[in-house]
Write a protein that binds this ligand. Structure first.
Ligand SMILES: C[S@@+](CC[C@H](N)C(=O)[O-])C[C@H]1O[C@@H](n2cnc3c(N)ncnc32)[C@H](O)[C@@H]1O
Length: 242
C-alpha cells in the first residue's frame, strides 16, 4: 500500500476529490492510503494560531513554524515535501521517483505569504507545480497525489496506459487519440488507425508523437535521443508530397 499524508490548514479543500474516481477506487481497494491532517491540530493556545505577521513588515501573514514542524514530525517517518514556488518543478520523472518510494509521501501545504523559512530545515525538499502562484499548496498537493497514485502498480485498470502516455518516455508527447465515429463533421480518423495493422498503427503513433513534440514542445524535442527509426519517420514527415 502506498501512503500519502497531506498537511493543510484547509482539510475540506483536499479530502473530497480524493474520494472520487481512480483515487477513490485505489483507496477502496487498499492500494493507496491518503490521510489529510489539519495543521491547526498542532497549534497550541486557546486560539490555535497558525500564522503571524512577518518580521520586517510587509503585506500578508506567514505560517508559524511550531505547528507546521510539529505536524511534519507527527507524520514521519516519510519523505516530507513542502509545496512552494521556490522548489524544483514537478515533472513526470519526479512522479515516477515518488511512486517508487518505499515510505510515506508527506505533502506540506503553505498558505498566505508562505511558511517561515526555518521550516525548510525540517522537510526533505521543496516542490513547485510551475511558475504560477496558487493561493495555497492544496491544489498542488492534490495534483501530486493524483499523478503519483496512478503510477502505483494496480491503480490503473489497464497497466499499459501509464507506459505509453506523454512523458512516459522522457520528453515525448503522446500521439493523438480518436474514438468512434470514424467521421465527425467532415473530419476523418487517420487511415492508419482504422487499418487494424498493429505495425502500421505503432509506426503512425510514433511518428505523430515525434511530430507533436517537435511542434508543440521544441524544448523537450531538443533533448530527445532520437534513434535511426525516428530520424526516418521525421524525414518522411518533412518530405515534400509526391
Ligand atoms: C500565495 S502562495 C505564496 C507566494 C509567495 N509569497 C511568493 O511570492 O513566492 C501561498 C502558498 O501556496 C503554495 N503555492 C503557490 N503556488 C504554488 C506552486 N506553483 N507550486 C506549489 N505550491 C504553490 C505554497 O505552499 C505557498 O506557500
Amino acid at each position: 500500500m502506498f501512503s500519502f499524508e497531506v498537511l493543510t490548514l484547509f482539510p475540506r479543500m483536499v479530502a473530497p476529490p480524493l474520494a472520487e474516481s481512480i483515487l477513490g477506487k485505489a483507496q477502496a481497494r487498499g492500494l493507496v492510503d491518503v490521510k489529510v491532517t489539519d495543521i491547526r491540530d498542532f497549534a497550541g493556545g486557546k486560539h490555535r494560531v497558525t500564522d503571524d505577521a512577518p518580521y520586517g513588515g510587509g503585506a500578508g501573514m506567514v505560517m508559524k513554524p511550531e505547528p507546521l514542524v510539529a505536524a511534519i514530525e507527527a507524520a514521519r517517518p516519510g519523505r516530507a515535501v513542502l509545496l512552494g514556488l521556490q522548489g524544483t518543478v514537478f515533472t513526470q520523472r519526479a512522479a515516477q521517483r515518488y511512486a517508487a518510494l518505499e515510505q510515506k509521501l508527506i505533502l506540506v501545504c503553505g498558505r498566505y505569504e508562505g511558511v517561515d523559512e526555518r521550516v525548510l530545515d525540517f522537510v526533505d525538499e521543496e516542490l513547485s507545480l510551475g511558475d504560477f502562484v496558487l493561493a495555497g499548496g492544496e491544489f498542488a498537493a492534490l495534483a501530486v497525489v493524483d499523478a503519483v497514485a496512478r503510477l502505483v502498480p494496480g491503480v490503473l485498470g489497464n497497466e499499459e496506459s501509464a507506459g505509453t502516455e506523454s512523458f512516459a518516455e522522457e520528453g515525448l508527447l503522446e500521439a493523438p487519440h480518436y474514438t468512434r465515429p470514424p467521421e465527425f463533421r467532415g473530419r476523418r480518423v487517420p487511415e492508419a488507425l482504422l487499418s487494424g495493422d498493429h505495425g502500421a498503427i505503432a509506426r503512425w503513433r510514433r511518428q505523430q508523437a515525434l511530430r507533436r513534440t517537435r511542434e508543440r514542445r521544441p524544448d523537450l524535442f531538443g533533448r530527445l535521443r532520437l534513434g535511426p527509426k525516428d530520424l526516418e519517420l521525421l524525414a518522411e514527415l518533412d518530405a515534400p508530397p509526391v
